[in-house]
Design a binder for this molecule. Structure first.
Ligand code: SF4
Length: 308
């Protein structure tokens, strides 16, 4: 008999945490996968251990933040508060009563952090913090601003969205979240879309993976289960045809735009150029976009995941 590995121990621990054994829709499910939310809303028993090492590392960061607050800022924050809004329970990370700032912490990879810096947070992250804010307001708390602190697990880099001052709390994303919840609730379960691919990090750690992707055989692609639900080969062939046509058109448009922009390539061949609202990075091996965190970003109400 061999002693369990460190990751095996951590995953077992994660599976036994109360949040991993959750049976109902929580704010951390809102805006993520409509089918998973459907399982939750219908009270269906999870079938797969939902733990992932990313989730364990995310939990460790949250625990460290809570411990740090206790040591250096005890009394000025409410941390790990359980809140309920619209019948959905969640656990907010911290609320700073004196400034009215609500802060959510997300751990992510540095690769995904670059995506967030360039495109903004996932809708799900904005819906979550909006739900926590609405729950606090309903409880009589004065929520003035919200902020999401992203921390890259691999590099330690932190990015505060939209800035360290946060954004004014707005009801726009509360309405978006409520509309999302209502849509899942009012849709026949079999019609709820699977919002992720079976090989994605979300599906691999989903507590409903087996029933969700049930029906495929080991000798075929997991996606083949989609055919058992809609055995219309012509429709799938049309979809494939259209996807390939769109891909061809996108490739042609990319070539055209990148070619035109060669006109402003800096003398010397490399360097950054601001073009409209974007910053271009001309490199020897191609043309890239640069995330520009100094650009003004709208409040919650502005417009993806791999973060915990
Ligand atoms: S396995 Fe994937 S698609 Fe299915 S419910 Fe879970 S996250 Fe959604």
């Amino acid at each position: 008999m061999t002693a369990p590995t460190t990751s095996e121990l951590l995953l077992l621990w994660d599976q036994q945490r109360p949040r991993s054994r959750q049976r109902t829709l929580g704010w951390s499910d809102v805006g993520v996968c409509r089918r998973r939310a459907g399982y939750r809303m219908r009270g269906i028993e999870p079938t797969n251990p939902s733990a992932s090492m990313q989730a364990v590392l995310g939990t460790a960061i949250h625990d460290a933040v809570a411990g740090a607050i206790e040591v250096v800022a005890n009394g000025s924050y409410d941390t790990e508060l359980e809140v309920t809004f619209a019948g959905v329970v969640g656990h907010l990370d911290r609320f700073h009563e004196p400034s009215g700032m609500l802060i959510d912490v997300k751990s992510t990879s540095s690769r995904w952090l670059e995506h967030v810096k360039m495109h903004g947070p996932d809708d799900a992250h904005k819906m979550q913090i909006a739900g926590y804010g609405a729950a606090l307001v309903k409880a009589g708390r004065d929520v003035k601003r919200v902020r999401i602190d992203y921390i890259a697990r691999d590099t330690g880099e932190e990015y505060n969205w939209p800035t360290v001052e946060g954004a004014p709390f707005s009801s726009v994303w509360v309405r978006e979240a409520l509309a999302w919840i209502a849509q899942v609730r009012d849709t026949d379960f079999d019609m709820l879309p699977r919002d992720f691919m079976p090989d994605s990090a979300f599906c691999r750690s989903c507590p409903f993976r087996d029933p969700c992707w049930d029906g495929y055989s080991e000798d075929r692609e997991t996606f083949a289960v989609l055919f058992t639900e809609n055995p219309d080969a012509g429709a799938w062939a049309d979809e494939l045809w259209q996807a390939r046509e769109a891909k061809k058109q996108a490739a042609a448009a990319e070539k055209r735009a990148a070619g035109a922009l060669e006109a402003i390539r800096p003398i010397g061949g490399t360097g950054r150029i601001v073009a409209g609202e974007r910053t271009l990075d001309f490199r020897a091996n191609g043309l890239y976009f640069v995330s520009n965190t100094t650009q003004p970003q709208p409040a919650v109400g502005y417009d993806e995941t791999e973060s915990t």
